[in-house]
Design a protein around this ligand. Structure first.
Ligand SMILES: Nc1ncnc2c1ncn2[C@@H]1O[C@H](COP(=O)(O)OP(=O)(O)O)[C@@H](O)[C@H]1O
Ligand SMILES: Cc1ncc(C[n+]2csc(CCOP(=O)(O)OP(=O)(O)O)c2C)c(N)n1
Ligand SMILES: [Mg+2]
Length: 386
């Protein structure tokens, strides 16, 4: 049944039961406004078909989950506890009511897990599917963790994964380029892939692209531990590190821990993504089939990305450079990026240290002391400059 058949009211009545009420909700959906407690921070992010997702790749459940995750990560990045969210949907002609119900289920489940209610929204029609979310959160009496609090001597650290969504986007693009029967065969291969195989890595990255799983509780943990600055990585690590550096008036140098290698270790020289520039050490030569990335931090992420690169057919000599590019410039895993007074404080909050802050001097962001232009061509995503 298309969403149009029962009209707006029937559609809304159909999916409302899938939406969590939330512990901070005084008045939920159904009136002109919701009334919520705990609205110290507010953020909004839109997702637009073909700019953020493809309807032939992501399920409605995944698009709902992703819309929630992207916005909840912004709340967490202030050191706030997400409390509530409103969701506006613009539906293209012919959309099925079941599609909207599944979207609501994905959105609702992620919000419920995060402790947030879905307290209202809007439905309209338009040429492409558009989702617009506004999320609110409570600081629970703490000061917000801004982008501007990093100081010279502070450690730079992340919680979560880097580069998986960017690699997953390439998997999605490769699938979309296949003729129909071949695509079905490859999708089946991804579904059945054996643990530790390149296909399993590709399937995992594709899953993160479709519905990222940021570690939302790390936001409050970082704030409680004394994080000095924080944001979520949506546009790419180097680009977003630059935003903290500029807001705080510090210089930030990242080291090889950012792409899963050991600092000062005997890295095997790897090729850069560009033909020119100095060589950086790679993350060593963990073979595919090594330990799974879960619980293994950024080195585990690099291992997974190497396997995904293999599945994508990246030539062996370019794999290390591609893994580095994904981890340094890929956004949308929505990892939390924070600075802490010391590396020990960062580690105690569950963050992985990837660099440090120094007195400002140009350039603001360097990688092992090198200008980022020597390391990658683009630092991240910009909707208006692609
Ligand atoms: N249309 C807009 N009107 C007002 N402020 C905006 C608009 N678009 C973006 N901003 C603000 O600019 C800043 C940067 O936006 P953005 O890069 O989207 O941040 P984020 O990655 O946290 O979503 C944010 O503080 C955001 O609120
Ligand atoms: C179909 C498709 N193409 C490309 C991308 C890649 N992409 C889209 S937006 C984006 C960066 C995040 O931007 P935005 O949604 O504006 O988040 P914000 O910075 O506002 O948090 C990236 C890497 C994608 N997710 N989907
Ligand atoms: Mg935004």
């Amino acid at each position: 049944m298309t969403a149009a058949v029962g009209g707006e009211e029937a559609l809304i009545a159909g999916f409302l039961p899938a939406l969590p009420r939330g512990a901070h909700t005084v008045v939920g959906p159904g009136d002109d406004c919701a009334v919520v407690r705990g609205a110290d921070v507010v953020t909004t992010d839109m997702l637009v078909e073909s700019s953020h997702f493809w309807l032939d790749v992501s399920s409605p459940y995944e698009i709902g989950a992703r819309a929630a995750a992207q916005n909840l990560a912004d709340v967490a990045a202030m050191g706030a506890q997400p409390t509530s969210l409103v969701c506006a949907l613009s539906l293209p002609p012919g959309m099925q009511a079941d599609w909207v119900n599944e979207f609501a289920r994905g959105l609702g489940e992620r919000c419920e897990k995060a402790g947030a209610g879905v307290v209202g929204g809007d439905i309209t029609s338009g040429p492409v599917l558009t989702v617009s979310i506004t999320a609110l959160g409570s600081l629970e009496g703490r000061a917000p963790v801004l982008r501007s609090g990093a100081r010279a001597g502070h450690a730079v650290a992340v919680s979560g994964t880097l580069g998986l969504s960017a690699a997953g986007l390439e998997v999605a693009a490769q699938l979309r380029g296949l003729p129909r029967p071949e695509r079905a065969r490859v999708e089946d291969e991804l579904r059945r892939a054996a643990t530790g195989s390149p296909a399993a890595a590709a399937a995992h990255c594709l899953g993160i692209f479709k519905a990222p799983t940021p570690n939302l509780s790390a936001g409050v943990a970082a704030a409680q531990a004394g994080a000095s600055a924080m944001m979520d990585v949506s546009d790419g690590l180097l680009r977003d590190v630059g935003r903290i550096a500029r807001a705080s008036g510090v210089a930030i140098d990242l080291d090889q821990r950012a792409w899963g290698a050991t600092p000062g270790g005997q890295g095997v020289p790897g090729k850069l993504a560009q033909p020119t520039g100095p060589e950086l050490p790679d993350a060593g030569s963990q073979p595919s089939g090594g330990a799974p990335p879960s619980g293994n931090g950024l080195p585990g992420v690099a291992t997974l990305l190497r396997r995904c690169a293999q599945w994508l057919g990246v030539p062996a000599g370019q794999v290390e450079a591609r893994v580095r590019q994904w981890m340094l410039t890929g956004g949308e895993d929505h990892a939390l990026l924070a600075t802490f007074p010391t590396p020990q404080v960062a580690a105690a909050a569950g963050f992985q240290v990837i660099g440090g802050c120094a007195q400002a001097g140009a350039p603001e962001v360097t990688v092992l002391g090198q200008a980022v232009g020597n390391v990658v061509q683009k630092t991240g995503w910009d909707h208006l400059q692609r």
